[in-house]
Design a protein around this ligand. Structure first.
Ligand SMILES: [Mg+2]
Length: 281
């Protein structure tokens, strides 16, 4: 294709893979738990029938995601995800062990987290008592592979806490502070949702214009900033920073919130005859 200015533009390809965050983009509350709503199950099955694969990419751990997906299968989901990306660090199939490239990535990620998190936790140790009261920390996870805190997701509490953590962690190489609602977590900069997605795409020989990524929170920005996937979107009730990142990357902020916004994006980018620009081809 040549534009009027004579500049050659490569035509956008068809989307072959959709990567979706879970909370805020795909799930609805179900009592104390969450589930994938029926309309979403139908849309995923339709993708599957048209040869488009999908994956999850969530901060939830593998077992959590597997339980949600097994329930969806009982409720009619036939198109199970090709891969489950979890903890913002790892990739696995729902069943079996997955590709050798995924296992190698996971082993390296695990090792780097086990070296990284003790350094983070050592840097934070002297501050924790004060933070527990000044930021009303509701939960703290200080484990071998995880440093994360839950603070009230009201006002600017999570943002202020994340900013203070970032300052303290300047002394720790590669430390990045990520937010997801009231959760504030620390990861090394070579991990995160965008990096895991890039690994998955390499292993499946997917180009950036063949992938649609959808998310709603700050920890999704690394897969929504246009650096990994060309086609990106978020629901209308995504975090303001996420909407800006999506628009800056030429993506789409849906008109509807939550999973309804995701359904809208699936129709726009993956409906019959659509290319990854979201236009009819
Ligand atoms: Mg989310």
């Amino acid at each position: 294709m040549t534009t009027g200015a004579g500049v050659k533009v490569r035509p956008k390809r068809r989307i072959r893979c959709v990567v979706i965050d879970l909370d805020g983009t795909m799930l609805v509350p179900a009592g104390d738990a969450v589930r994938i709503p029926h309309q979403m199950v139908t849309a995923l099955n339709e993708l599957g029938r048209r040869g488009v694969v999908w994956c999850t990419n969530s901060g939830r751990d593998f077992e959590d995601q597997a339980a949600i997906l097994r329930r969806a299968v009982e409720e009619g989901l036939q198109a199970v995800p090709d891969a489950i990306m979890f903890n913002e660090a790892y990739v696995r199939p729902l069943q079996g062990r997955g590709l050798p490239a995924w296992r190698a990535w996971n082993a390296a990620a695990r090792q780097s987290l086990r070296e990284f998190q003790p350094r983070v936790q050592a840097a934070l140790r002297g501050k924790l008592d004060r933070w527990r009261s000044s930021y009303q920390i509701l939960r703290e996870v200080l484990e071998e592979e995880t440093t994360a805190f839950l603070v009230p997701n009201e006002g600017e509490m999570a943002a202020r806490f994340a900013a203070e953590l970032s300052v303290v962690l300047r002394s720790v190489m590669e430390a990045v502070v990520l937010r997801n609602g009231g959760w504030v977590a620390v990861l090394p900069s070579h991990l995160g949702k965008g990096q895991v997605l890039a690994t998955y795409m390499r292993s499946r020989l997917l180009e950036s214009d063949e992938v649609l990524a959808i998310g709603d929170q700050l920890n999704d920005i690394s897969m929504l900033n246009g650096e990994v996937a060309d086609a990106v979107g978020c629901p209308s009730d995504a975090a303001a920073e996420v909407k800006s990142a999506v628009l800056d990357a030429g993506g789409t902020v849906a008109a509807q919130p939550g999973y309804l916004g995701t359904l809208e994006l699936l129709e726009r980018y993956c409906g019959p005859g659509r290319s990854s620009s979201g236009q009819r081809s």
